[in-house]
Design a protein around this ligand. Structure first.
Ligand SMILES: *[C@@H]1O[C@H](CO)[C@@H](O)[C@H](O)[C@H]1NC(C)=O
Ligand SMILES: *[C@@H]1O[C@H](CO)[C@@H](O)[C@H](O)[C@H]1NC(C)=O
Ligand SMILES: *[C@@H]1O[C@H](CO)[C@@H](O)[C@H](O)[C@H]1NC(C)=O
Length: 334
């Protein structure tokens, strides 16, 4: 679902595309909160697609026809679809339902600390991820997408997104161009909503609760809850598909992972791998179960010499984005 510039997210290159990826599960369920895996009906009901491209291959044509038929049935008019020539096709062995965890861990770029047989894999309902999330970029988006994908919707899901507090960042490079905690939190929340929630009007099922205890660790929280049955008298606790996302201000590398025993999984990158180990050491000291740690490999363009770097500090990293902003400011001041 490409979006053009101007929607408040920094693009990797001028004129680039602010992309979100959602996956279609055609045998799936019509769930408004099953993103980033949805079926065609959820996509069409959400009224989000406005510019639609399709591919002139056999499967592309079939998908376009299915999409058009359903779209007409729902909206009583035909969608405008632009056909694009199909490039080389890629066939991969993607497992069919149940998607979520098994799909994620089948990707070569995702590894788990738990290498047991995928059929006995533990399901996670409380998942955590942490980072600075400054100038939200494609690497952050991959990380957030993986985090949402990991939480299994058979029970209410609780996601903790730890966002580093401003006080810890004063010594960062190009700190003058850092976004404030609330801006970083809001941009994460906006992105998460677009990949998770396919309700035609998300505000109907969304509730937001803010806590502002900056003096206690993890005391500043924006808790966003989506409850599909809202209005029908059910509570979020009793609603299986409900999901709460806590955007928590963190003051150390641990955040709520060492204060909330119920978290069972942590998503990291190569850069924060050591943090995952440290969290599990602390949990072991407390006699708590270890977190299953999922490492998401993020490919980045290196220094242009053909080298591919892993991690967030390549050309698309936040440091590079801030460096360019500071440079631009200096140019305009001259
Ligand atoms: C999320 O934040 C709320 C409000 O601060 C808190 O009550 C809850 O325990 C937090 N944790 C989770 C996992 O939802
Ligand atoms: C963990 O789960 C138990 C059982 O559901 C609950 O009683 C407890 O309050 C939870 N702990 C936290 C920190 O949310
Ligand atoms: C690894 O998987 C086994 C089997 O599902 C489970 O019992 C164990 O708790 C898991 N360990 C971690 C760290 O997730």
């Amino acid at each position: 679902m490409p979006r053009r510039c101007g929607c408040n997210v920094d693009l990797d290159l001028p004129g680039g595309v602010d992309a979100r990826v959602v996956l279609l599960d055609l045998n799936g369920f019509n769930e408004q909160l099953s993103g980033p895996i949805i079926d065609l009906i959820a996509l069409i009901n959400s009224r989000r697609p406005s510019t639609i491209f399709s591919i002139e291959s056999e499967s592309g044509v079939k998908l376009t026809n299915d999409f058009t038929t359903l779209f007409q049935r729902v909206h009583n008019f035909s969608p405008t679809i632009t056909q694009l020539p199909s490039g080389p096709s890629l066939t991969t062995n993607i497992p069919t339902s149940p998607l979520s965890t098994s799909f994620l861990t089948s990707l070569p770029s995702v590894t788990s600390t738990n290498s047991t047989d995928p059929n006995t894999r533990r399901l996670h309902h409380q998942v955590a991820v942490g980072g600075t999330f400054d100038h939200l970029h494609i690497g952050h988006k991959l990380l957030l997408t993986a985090t949402i994908l990991l939480a299994d919707p058979s029970q209410p899901r609780k996601i903790t997104i730890g966002i580093t507090g401003d006080a810890l960042l004063v010594n960062k490079k190009h700190a003058s161009a850092l976004e404030s905690w609330s801006v970083r939190q809001q941009r994460c929340a906006d992105f998460v909503e677009t990949i998770l929630c396919f309700h035609p009007n998300p505000s109907v099922i969304r509730s937001v609760e803010e806590r502002n205890d900056e003096d206690v660790p993890n005391g500043k929280v924006v808790a966003v809850t989506y409850t599909p049955s809202k209005g029908s008298g059910q509570t979020a606790e009793g609603d299986e598909s409900s999901i709460t996302i806590n955007y928590t201000q963190i003051q150390d590398p641990f955040g709520p992972t060492i204060t909330d025993e119920n978290i069972t999984a942590l998503v990291v990158t190569a850069e924060t791998r050591a943090g995952g180990k440290a969290v599990n050491d602390k949990r072991e000291e407390k006699g708590w179960a270890e977190l299953e740690v999922f490492e998401v490999g993020v490919l980045e363009s290196g220094s242009g010499d053909g080298e591919v770097k892993e991690g967030f500090e390549g050309k698309i990293g936040s440091t590079e984005i801030r460096r360019r902003i500071v440079e631009l400011q200096q140019q305009t001041e001259k």
